[in-house]
Write a new protein. Structure first.
Length: 364
C-alpha cells in the first residue's frame, strides 16, 4: 500500500497527497484523491473532441468513452479514419471531420503530431470560442510558440495531461486494470476551473497517478528523454555493445542475448519492480563487482552528451529540427526508410529469431 505523507487541499475542494520522492516532497493525485465519479461530475456538460486518431488519440478517446464521458473524434479521411471506425466510432455521430469536431467540442484535444498541430492551428483557432478548453498531451506547441505560431486566445482554458508512455501503452494498461503515470499542467485558467478539468481529464484517460509540471518542463524533459535514455541513447548503447561483441567473434545469438534479451526479459523487470540495487542484489557477485566499477565510467562518459542534448532541447534547436523534418511532404516515406534501416540491422534481425524461441511462443 502506498503511504501518503500528508494531504493538501487546493482550490477549495481538490485534495492532493504529499509524497516523498527521493527526499523531495511533491504533490500527486490518484483516483483516491480525485475519484472517477468526481471526474464525471466535473466534465458532465463537456463534449470532448479528440482531434487526431494517430498515436495518443485512440488510447485517450477509447479510455474516456469506456469511463463514461461524452467523446467525439475528429479525423481526416484515410487509413486512420478507418481505424477509428473499426474501434467503434460512428461517422456522423461520434466521428467527424476535424472542423466538425472542433465546432461541436467544448474541450478540444490536440492529439495530432506536433507538425500536424502547427498545420491545423489556423483552422482550430477559429473554433476556440470563449469558455472552451484547449487540451494538450505535450507542451511542444505552447512552449515553443515562437516557432509553432500556436498562441491561444486569452478567453479559453489551456490545460495538459501528458501520459508518460505511448498511447498504445495507455490503452493496454487501462484494459488490464492498470494506469499509466501522467504529468499535468495548467497554462491558462480563464474559467477559474481549469485545474479541476485537468485532473478530471487525467482520471478519465486512466492515469495511474498524476504529478504537477509546467508546459515548459514537460516539453524539455520529454524531448530529452526521447532522445536520451528512453529511445536514442539506448539504441546507440545497445548497438555499440552488440557490434563490439560481433567484432570479437561472438555469434549473433550470443551477442543479442548478452546485449538485449537479458536486459528486457530478466534484468529490466527486476529494476523496474524494486530499483537498480535490487537488480544488482539478485545477480552474481562477479556481475555486481563489474557493474559497480563500470557504472561511474559510463556516467562520466555519457553525462557531457546528456548536457549537450539538454542544451539543444532547451534552446529550441531540437524543436526546430523536428518541425523542419516532420513538415516535409515526404516525411512519412523518409521515416519508413530510416525505420527499415534499423529493422534490417543484424542485431534486430537476430532479435526476431531470438524472440521466436521464447517459451511462450513454443508449441507443445
Amino acid at each position: 500500500m502506498v503511504q501518503r505523507d500528508k494531504y493538501n487541499i487546493l482550490n477549495n475542494n481538490c485534495i492532493m497527497a504529499e509524497m516523498n520522492f527521493g527526499g523531495v516532497i511533491e504533490n500527486v493525485v490518484t483516483s483516491k484523491e480525485f475519484s472517477l465519479e468526481k471526474a464525471r461530475e466535473v466534465l458532465k456538460d463537456e463534449v470532448i473532441a479528440v482531434i487526431g486518431y494517430g498515436i495518443q488519440g485512440p488510447g485517450q478517446a477509447c479510455n474516456l468513452r469506456d469511463n463514461g464521458f461524452n467523446v467525439i473524434v475528429g479525423q481526416r479521411q484515410g487509413k486512420t479514419y478507418e481505424k477509428a471506425v473499426a474501434d467503434g466510432w460512428v461517422p456522423g455521430k461520434t466521428l467527424f471531420s476535424i472542423e466538425e469536431a472542433a465546432e461541436k467540442g467544448t474541450i478540444l484535444c490536440m492529439l495530432l503530431s506536433d507538425a500536424g498541430q502547427i498545420q491545423v492551428w489556423p483552422t482550430i483557432k477559429q473554433y476556440l470560442k470563449p469558455g472552451k478548453t484547449l487540451y494538450y498531451s505535450h507542451g511542444f506547441a505552447i512552449n515553443w510558440s515562437d516557432r509553432t505560431g500556436v498562441v491561444p486566445p486569452k478567453d479559453v482554458d489551456v490545460i495538459m495531461v501528458a501520459p508518460k508512455g505511448s498511447g498504445t501503452s495507455l490503452r493496454t494498461m487501462f484494459c488490464e486494470g492498470r494506469g499509466l503515470n501522467c504529468s499535468y499542467a495548467v497554462y491558462q485558467d480563464a474559467s477559474g476551473k481549469a485545474k479541476d478539468k485537468t485532473l478530471a481529464f487525467g482520471i478519465g484517460i486512466g492515469a495511474g497517478y498524476m504529478f504537477e509540471t509546467t508546459f515548459q518542463r514537460e516539453a524539455t524533459s520529454d524531448l530529452t528523454g526521447e532522445r536520451g535514455s528512453l529511445m536514442g541513447a539506448i539504441q546507440g548503447l545497445l548497438l555499440a555493445q552488440y557490434e563490439v561483441l560481433r567484432e570479437n567473434g561472438h555469434t549473433p545469438s550470443e551477442a543479442f542475448n548478452e546485449t538485449v534479451e537479458e536486459l528486457t526479459q530478466s534484468l529490466g523487470p527486476l529494476f523496474g519492480a524494486k530499483g537498480m540495487d535490487w537488480m544488482y542484489a539478485n545477480c552474481s557477485t562477479t556481475a555486481q563487482r563489474g557493474a559497480l566499477d563500470w557504472a561511474p565510467r559510463f556516467h562520466d562518459a555519457v553525462k557531457p552528451v546528456m548536457e549537450w542534448l539538454y542544451y539543444s532541447v532547451k534552446t529550441g534547436n531540437e524543436a526546430q529540427i523536428s518541425i523542419d523534418a516532420n513538415s516535409k511532404p515526404d516525411y512519412r516515406a523518409g521515416l519508413e526508410k530510416e525505420l527499415e534501416a534499423m529493422r534490417n540491422q543484424e542485431m534486430w534481425r537476430a532479435g526476431e529469431t531470438v524472440r521466436k524461441l521464447r517459451p511462450e511462443y513454443q508449441e507443445d
